[in-house]
Design a protein around this ligand. Structure first.
Ligand code: NAP
Length: 248
């Protein structure tokens, strides 16, 4: 039986690397993106080249109707859903809280918190064994920021990831008896385009050099942890917050 997964924010970065790795293990992957369709289609092609199946699903995770539709699209394409990688997330410009306007704060929490909760809810509705699902696994992509706080950079982002840690702990307890494992990875400084979107393209390289590992991590290194948590090798792991942060 082919296993199927929806990965939010799979057009680039950590989501794309996870899609490619799952493709190599024969998974069918729903490749979600927000606006960059060409990048999502490239990810889908990489999944197929690696040996998996793929479908591309547009949708803003902060939009409830879109979230329901993207799960429907994955089930329509592959017949079932076994896993969610709750990965879509944003940062914004480095600022102290006193300088952050309402629109920035609202978007941060809409995408990173509400979006993650909505996707987890849809996964719970479709995968829980007491609702006719087959059970499965959810991996939430949090951040080391949840325990560091990100002062003078983005305490909003850090707080949004704190919510994801807490969701992981609670939902693991809620869904454990219903056949669904729920875990989180907390990446540190990973070399992706997210830093440029916050206005500091060299952030991972500069700060990564100051970590015990002495370098930033790669999206592939985070993907390895996500794929392990999704798979049968992690069958007794739930409610875990796994740091993939080079000791940061
Ligand atoms: P990235 O390279 O900037 O990619 C972000 C992905 O999320 C893209 O596929 C983007 O789609 C998608 N996305 C953004 N907003 C979305 C929305 N509202 N709805 C659906 N998809 C949306 O980011 P990344 O570095 O891979 O980060 C992935 C996750 O890891 C995030 O949750 C981030 O907070 C977390 N993380 C990253 C680091 C790091 O250092 N990179 C560290 C800790 C945690 P489009 O291509 O369509 O824009």
């Amino acid at each position: 039986m082919t296993k199927t997964v929806l990965i939010t924010g799979a057009s680039r970065g950590i989501g794309r690397a996870t899609a490619r790795l799952l493709g190599a293990q024969g998974w069918a992957v729903g490749v979600n993106y927000a606006s960059n369709r060409a990048a999502a289609e490239d990810t889908a092609a990489e999944v197929v080249r690696a040996g998996g199946q793929a479908c591309v699903v547009q949708g803003d995770v902060a939009d409830e109707t879109a979230v329901v539709a993207m799960f429907d699209a994955v089930v329509a394409a592959f017949g079932r859903i076994d896993a969610l990688v709750n990965n879509a997330g944003i940062v914004a410009a480095s600022l102290p809280l006193a300088e952050m306007d309402y629109a920035r704060l609202k978007r941060m929490f809409d995408v990173n918190v509400l979006g993650t909760y909505l996707c987890a809810r849809e996964a719970a509705r479709r995968m829980s064994t007491d609702r006719g699902g087959h059970g499965g696994a959810i991996v939430n992509v949090s951040s080391a920021a949840s325990r560091l706080g990100s002062p003078n950079e983005y305490v909003d982002y850090a707080g949004s990831k704190g919510a994801i840690d807490t969701l992981t702990i609670g939902l693991a307890k809620e869904l454990g008896p219903r056949g669904v494992r729920v875990n989180a990875v907390r990446p540190g400084l990973i070399d992706t385009e997210i830093h440029a979107s916050g206005g500091r393209a060299d952030r991972a390289a500069v700060l990564g050099a100051q970590t015990p590992a002495g370098r930033p991590g790669t999206a592939d290194e985070v993907a390895e942890a996500i794929v392990w948590l999704l798979g049968d090798a992690a069958s007794y792991v739930t409610g875990a917050l796994l740091d993939v942060a080079g000791g940061r």
